[in-house]
Each structure stands twice: as C-alpha cells, then as structure tokens.
Design a protein around this ligand. Structure first.
Ligand code: DNO
Length: 357
C-alpha cells in the first residue's frame, strides 16, 4: 500500500504540498482539478500542469478524487451520451499522463451528507457529525445554508455553491429514478468506459454513499456488501473496482467492515480509512483515527486490507480540527497527519508480524 493525502490544489487547499511532504511515510497525493465541473473534459495541458506542480515537491499523483459524474449520466437522460464521451476523453488524457486511479461516486443530488461541520468534542476539538433527526427536520433546499456558515471560507467537495443553487432542479431530475434504475444507469456508464480503462489500465474506484442509506427519499445504492458485490458482478472487469471508505460504509452498523474488505479481494483499488464514534445508530461523529477514540477496530480494518494483498493508495480521511487550525472541515493538516502516522504504524506492525510467521 502507499500512504497518501488528499489535496485540492494550491488555489483551494489550506494545506501545502511542502507540509504534506513532511508527513512521514506520505509519498503521494490524491488530487483533482477542483475547478472543473462534472461533464467537462480535462485537457492534457491542465493535467500536465497539475502533475508538474506535485512533482516539484517530491511527491507524485497517486490517483484522482474525483472525476465527477454528470447528473445526466446518473439519471440516464438523453444527453448522457455526450457526457460519457467527455468522461472517456478525460480518462484518455489521464491515462496518457500515466494516472491510473480514478475515484468517483454515483450519489444523487448530494455527495456525502453531514448535519454539523464543527461539533465540539470534550477535548475541545471539532468534528463533522450527522444525526438522522436533523436531516428529517430539514428541507433539502436548506441543507446547504444550514451548514455553509461552518465551511471556514472553503469550498467543500460535493457542496459547491453553484450546485446547491440548483437543488430543486436536481430533485426534479431524479423524480423517476429508483434504486433499480440507478443501478442500470451505473452499469450502462461503466460498460461504456471499460474499454478506455482497459486500454490505459485505469482503475475506477466507486466511493460508497455516505451515509449508507437513503437521504431525503433519494435512492442510494452503494451502501452494503450485497450491493457492492452486485455491482462487481454486473460489470465483471477488474477495472470496475471500489474505493473502500470505512467511514462511509461504517455509518451503517450492520456493515461488518473487515468482512466486506475480504469479500472484495482484487477489487479494492483505493482505501479511505477513518473512525466514527456512535452516540446512537443514527447519531455519529467523526472521531480521531485511533481505535479507542471511536467505534471501529482500526487494526482489524488494516489487517483485512493486508490479508487481501491490497497494494493501492490509502489515505487517512476526515480529521478533527485541532490545535487551533482553521481550514476545510475534515481536511485540515494536523489530525490527518496524525492519522497517516497511526495507520502507517499499524501497517508496519501487521507486516512485520506476518513476516515473522
Ligand atoms: C468526502 C469525500 C467524498 C468523495 C466523493 C468521491 O469527504 O469522501 O466527497 O470524495 O464522494 O467522488
């Protein structure tokens, strides 16, 4: 495995490449062209510039998170052919620039959903949190407004203001879409892009829905073992793979994370590893990565990844805001650096134990 950190580009991130380079064991970044809109073609020139910038700091691009999928593709609208063609062109350009991992999601309207961006924990740190009660009490059109005040002036992934202005329109687009339709549209998209993935050896890694259940009555399909295995079979090509996010699948306490990892052997191309602390099954907050700070057994998660021979990039995921840092909620430097060091420590121990046997 390779330890990485997500980085949004120098125009958008409060964390610098220089800082990332100084985190022990982090050799790559997971990045994106954050100012491109879903459906736009990524030019080779822009990809080259991005690569050069990262490489100037002694790091490399380990993968893209995300090349976002246009809603016309998710809803199967007529214009999807054009957007799929654009997506293929972007993949081609990435492949030509030697980038072989693309993370994406297939969530309708909202990407990941949280109801608080700065819940205070007893130690004074702040974290992202979710309660179903708060979602149930909220008009979806007000979702963005309700959390915008805590974004610290940053643009959060999936919560871009231009997109949120269109929430009503987006809901309208998904009116006829149920889970089955969404699966069909995803299959259609994947089948169209597999040839270019085969040609350039690009691993597609689907991010789970977060939380792993339907919100605001919208269908959500990448939520549990059964569904993700169904998707693997529907398009049975190793390039159709998974971004295993412990914090997203883990929102549903029925999901046995190590067991899911083992069942996805050969198909996990990317891992987001973080911990959650549950106050009730529908009220959780994002803890420090350390097992004892939350609900998950992080050793068991890393162990399962090791056992299946996982060799892709891992990144610590959302961190707490600590030590007075002001940045994009979940994406500050300090707690994610602690997370990377901790996950590297677990991995080293697991690897050495295994070598001794
Ligand atoms: C949240 C992220 C998601 C993820 C996308 C992938 O912090 O994990 O926004 O990047 O769903 O397309």
């Amino acid at each position: 495995m390779e330890m990485t950190l997500r980085w949004y580009g120098s125009k958008f991130d409060t964390v610098t490449l220089e800082q990332i380079r100084q985190i022990p064991g982090v050799t790559g970044v997971i990045t994106t062209l954050y100012d491109t809109k879903p459906g736009e073609v990524w030019s080779r020139e822009r990809i080259q510039e991005m690569k050069k910038e990262v490489e100037n700091f002694g790091l490399h691009i380990s993968g893209i998170e995300s090349v976002n999928v246009h809603d016309a593709i998710k809803t199967g609208a007529l214009e999807r052919e054009q957007y799929i063609a654009n997506y293929i062109e972007t993949l081609e350009n990435l492949g030509k620039e030697d980038i072989h991992l693309v993370c994406y999601n297939f969530m309708p309207v909202f990407d990941w959903t949280r109801t608080e961006l700065a819940r205070k924990r007893p130690d004074g740190s702040t974290v992202l949190a979710y309660t179903q009660e708060a979602v149930d009490a909220l008009n979806p059109e007000k979702m963005f407004e309700s959390i915008a005040g805590d974004m610290n002036g940053t643009v959060m992934p999936g919560w871009e203001p231009e997109r949120m202005e269109k929430v009503k329109e987006l809901f309208e687009m998904y009116k006829e879409i149920d889970e089955q339709k969404l699966f069909e549209n995803l299959k259609y998209f994947l089948e169209k892009i597999m040839p270019v993935c085969d040609e350039y050896n690009i691993n597609m890694a689907i991010h789970p829905d977060d939380p792993a259940w339907s919100v605001f009555g919208l269908p959500r399909i990448i939520t549990n073992k059964e569904n993700i295995l169904k998707l693997m079979k529907l398009v049975d090509n190793p390039h159709n793979g998974v971004a295993f996010c412990s914090g997203s699948y883990g929102t549903n306490l029925d999901n046995n994370l190590p067991d899911m990892i083992r069942s996805l052997k050969g198909r996990i191309h990317f891992a987001h590893v973080r911990n959650l602390k549950f106050n009730s099954p529908t009220d959780f907050e994002e803890a420090a990565h350390l097992s004892s700070d939350g609900t998950f057994d992080m050793h068991a998660i890393m162990r399962a990844l090791f056992d299946i021979g996982f060799d892709g990039p891992i990144r610590p995921d959302h961190g707490r805001m600590i030590w007075g840092e002001v940045g994009m909620p979940g994406y500050g430097l300090y707690d994610r650096a602690l997370g990377a060091a901790y996950l590297n420590g677990l991995w080293e121990a697991i690897e050495k134990e295994a070598a001794r046997k």
